[in-house]
Write a new protein. Structure first.
Length: 150
């Protein structure tokens, strides 16, 4: 029974991360930390790494902290599984954002999946505007339904 509880904590944390990502993207990346995110909105990549990649470290810190403090003499506690949920979301974000959408790694070049194609369309709309303001579609895994029917 405890394993089901821990699995639910991991899944709930993963789901909550989509909202946290949306808020962070809109109000932090397109807000006071725009100087780190701005190079990501420029067409083409001059270098393999961007300043925007520092957000992976920023999001990894709470995950690693929760995992470490979730390991006790008595075993694993809820913090470990919250950290695991953030980690799993980070892996999904990497696969969707850097691999599928921006093709920084050429692993899924020609997908026919409607959901994945919808994610790419929504992100293209987000990148249509190169400026800090006026952007749309800040989510990663949940985007408006209209992008799946276009």
């Amino acid at each position: 029974m405890i394993y089901l509880f821990y699995a639910m904590i991991t899944l709930a944390t993963f789901a909550i991360m989509e909202g946290i990502t949306w808020l962070t993207h809109k109000y932090v990346m397109h807000g006071f930390l725009w100087y780190l995110h701005e190079d990501h909105h420029r067409p083409g990549y001059e270098n393999f790494f961007e300043k925007n990649d520092l957000f992976f470290v920023i999001f990894a810190a709470p995950s690693a902290t929760l995992i470490v403090f979730g390991i006790t003499e008595l075993g694993l506690n809820f913090r470990f599984f919250m950290g695991l949920g953030i980690l799993f979301y980070g892996i999904a974000y990497f696969l969707v954002h850097d691999v599928l959408i921006h093709q920084r790694f050429k692993w899924f070049k020609r997908t026919k999946n409607k959901y994945l194609k919808g994610l790419r369309k929504a992100h293209k709309v987000h990148h249509k505007n190169m400026a800090k303001e006026e952007s749309k579609c800040f989510g990663m895994l949940l985007v408006p339904k209209k992008f799946f029917t276009m």
